[in-house]
Design a protein around this ligand. Structure first.
Ligand code: ZN
Length: 238
């Protein structure tokens, strides 16, 4: 379930104490930081510390609004699901890489173990100490790496399976966002079209008005000219 993955990444990045934030914010929007503090049973400063740590990674985002009565800013928080999954993906990938490195070095290098105190050292360290444990003086034995190697391989397989799950959730989430984006774009396009149509109509109306007024002015001018010509003619005759 997606919410469990989100809890996992919050735990990895902000500790077990922060996990309850996921329940408070999941599937919600713009949650008041004072409400979060109250529900977590923490002071506002402790809560803000947690929230900032998570927002620094992009797991949470916030908007702020001025409290008109008190005059200070209050932050409202929202979970960024896609970004959280991406952070988890990075995290698990790193985990797998470091396990693979350890596996490689276990497979390549021999190590030695003290059967009394359980100390384990690499070949160089054992050689330096003449293969004697400097904790208890016992002679080192060649450590049997097989169990450790098997454990690491099991762990790698387990985390790889988790990573696969996270990746499929990521692609689902991206699809959802794409759909939302194209819905919004279609809506904007429709609005623009309507606006263009309105503007066109307005222009036509204006144009028609101007044409009419020019016509009427012309006809008035023509009338005046006719009148003045007539009067000139009259003057000449007289
Ligand atoms: Zn020892």
């Amino acid at each position: 379930m997606q919410i469990n993955l989100l809890k996992k990444i919050v735990e990895k990045t902000a500790g077990v104490g922060a996990v309850r934030i996921v329940d408070l914010l999941y599937n919600k929007k713009d949650i008041n930081e004072f409400l979060i503090a109250k529900k977590l049973g923490l002071t506002i400063n402790q809560t803000r510390n947690l929230l900032y740590r998570l927002s620094h990674l992009g797991i949470l985002s916030s908007i702020r609004k001025k409290d008109k009565r008190k005059g200070w800013y209050i932050y409202f928080w929202t979970f960024n699901v896609l970004r959280s999954l991406e952070v988890l993906e990075e995290n698990l990938t790193q985990e797998i890489n470091s396990m693979k490195q350890e596996l490689f070095s276990r497979q390549q290098k021999r190590s030695y173990k003290c059967k009394i105190c359980g100390r384990e050292v690499n070949e160089e360290a054992a050689l330096l100490n003449n293969f004697i444990c400097h904790e208890c003086g016992e002679v080192f034995e060649l450590a049997d790496n097989r169990q450790a190697i098997e454990d690491i391989m099991k762990n790698i397989a387990k985390v790889e399976k988790e990573l696969e799950h996270v990746r499929s959730e990521i692609s689902l989430e991206r699809e959802k966002l794409d759909q939302k984006l194209s819905r919004n774009m279609r809506r904007e396009e429709k609005k623009k079209k309507e606006l263009r149509k309105k503007n066109r109509e307005l222009k036509m109306k204006l144009l028609n008005k101007m044409k009419k007024s020019v016509k009427s002015k012309k006809s008035k001018k023509n009338n005046k000219k006719k009148i003045s010509k007539k009067s000139k003619n009259k003057k000449k005759k007289s």
